[in-house]
Design a binder for this molecule. Structure first.
Ligand SMILES: Nc1ncnc2c1ncn2[C@@H]1O[C@H](COP(=O)(O)OP(=O)(O)OP(=O)(O)O)[C@@H](O)[C@H]1O
Ligand SMILES: [Mg+2]
Length: 378
């Protein structure tokens, strides 16, 4: 689907044009910049040629600004003009809005205000045409405490599932120790809390705007930057977010952990499958037993729960069959212990499955991907 909004920036100040461009960059799925120019005449030509629907116009002289807006609207009645100016006076604001501007941004332009203005102006294009609704599958990768390899599995699985025709979301809902941004070496301006803070106006286009596609394929929504923001996220918000995501993506892979309560329960209840990711050690098996029992009690059916053994060493003291016997469940998939390759992929910020597709762990992830596709296909 082509971007719904095509935009022209007319601004005499190059740094300001760059700021605007960088603010809308994460929204490239919905907003295309047709041109960034300093001169009104030049901007006009681009608007004519591209049939742009939004112009961000710098106004530094009131009368000239009014004339320019009137000229633009007389020739392009469907255009929305957003004015940017250093002038704070109501006289200016009123005069320019009366001339037909739809929004007035005070310079220097700040991210939140520009996005707010664009969302307001763009609602018309954001909602039409409607985005196709999918019946995506939610896969939760879970272990209550740290270090079992939840993020390693989530990141590789998401990258393995994604393709040109299969859209995958990778969401870090590990609210205590989220680390997808580290594993994928991304530093997005929008994180999970940008979404939960805007839950009221959540829609498909907003979500696509704040999620960045990683070079390995999935669209990522990373953990909140501040610990405080994570505390504020509620189970209702998680619920709503997941419902939305599965309407847009074929697969939604969620990195999660912690106790079986609150947000984590909201994830597990929404998940079509939970991949309980563990290692074969005595303490882990003990923890796994307690949690698997509790999950069953809480209504997470066994057929929606798969055991993943990570860091698998065939010659280790504890064998798969021992774990299966204690846990009363078959192991769905194993990932070999491959420390060197895994660490090098984390350091490079690229999932192993893409970095070293022939490594033994990558093959295990590929295998897991096809098993999951089969399991969820039914
Ligand atoms: N298959 C593997 N072979 C060897 N080492 C691994 C493997 N999987 C993960 N590791 C190592 O274990 C460490 C923990 O993995 P990971 O961060 O994926 O776990 P986690 O469950 O997400 O932990 P956290 O609670 O920190 O989020 C990583 O630093 C990684 O180097
Ligand atoms: Mg993790």
């Amino acid at each position: 689907m082509p971007p719904h909004i095509s935009m022209v920036i007319i601004d005499s100040d190059k740094p300001s044009r760059d700021v605007i461009a960088s603010i809308v960059k994460p929204f490239s799925d919905t907003i295309r910049i047709e041109g960034e120019v300093s001169d009104f005449g030049e901007g006009l030509k681009i608007i004519q040629k591209s049939a742009a629907n939004i112009v961000i116009l710098e106004v530094s002289d009131l009368n000239r600004g009014i004339e320019e807006i009137q000229y633009l609207l007389a020739n392009h009645p469907k255009l929305s003009v957003i004015v940017s100016s250093y002038e704070k006076s109501t006289e200016w604001i009123l005069a320019l809005m009366r001339a037909g501007a739809v929004e007035y941004l005070l310079r220097p332009i700040v991210q939140d205000e520009l996005i707010q203005a664009l969302t307001k102006v763009g609602r018309f294009w954001f909602t039409k045409p409607p985005v196709e609704t999918k019946a995506g599958k939610i896969i939760a990768v879970y272990y209550p405490t740290g270090g079992a390899g939840v993020t390693t599995v989530a990141v590789n699985l998401a990258a393995g599932l994604a393709s040109d025709s299969i859209k995958v979301a990778l969401v870090d809902l590990n609210l205590l120790t989220g680390d997808i941004s580290t594993f994928l070496d991304v530093n997005p301006s929008y994180t999970l809390s940008s979404v939960t803070n805007n839950i009221a106006r959540l829609d498909a286009n907003f979500l696509m705007g704040v999620m960045t596609q990683h070079s390995s394929g999935p669209y990522v929504l990373t953990e909140p930057t501040e610990v405080d923001e994570a505390i504020d996220i509620t189970p209702e918000q998680v619920n709503r977010l997941l419902q939305f995501l599965k309407g847009i993506f074929d697969y939604v892979v969620v990195d999660c952990g912690g106790q079986l309560a609150g947000c984590t329960m909201a994830i597990l209840e929404n998940a079509n499958l939970t991949l309980f990711t563990m290692v074969l050690s005595l303490p882990t098996i003990k923890t796994a037993k307690r949690y698997l029992t509790a999950m069953e009690r809480k209504g997470i059916r066994k057929d929606r729960l798969k055991l993943i053994v990570n860091r698998y060493l065939p010659k280790a003291d504890i064998q798969i069959k021992d774990a299966e016997r204690v846990l009363g469940q078959k192991v769905f998939s194993t990932v070999p212990n491959d420390y060197e390759d895994i660490i090098s992929s984390i350091n490079k910020g690229i999932p192993l499955i893409k970095l070293l597709p022939r490594s033994s762990a990558s093959k295990a992830f590929e295998n897991m991907v096809s098993l999951l596709k089969k399991d969820l296909g039914e």
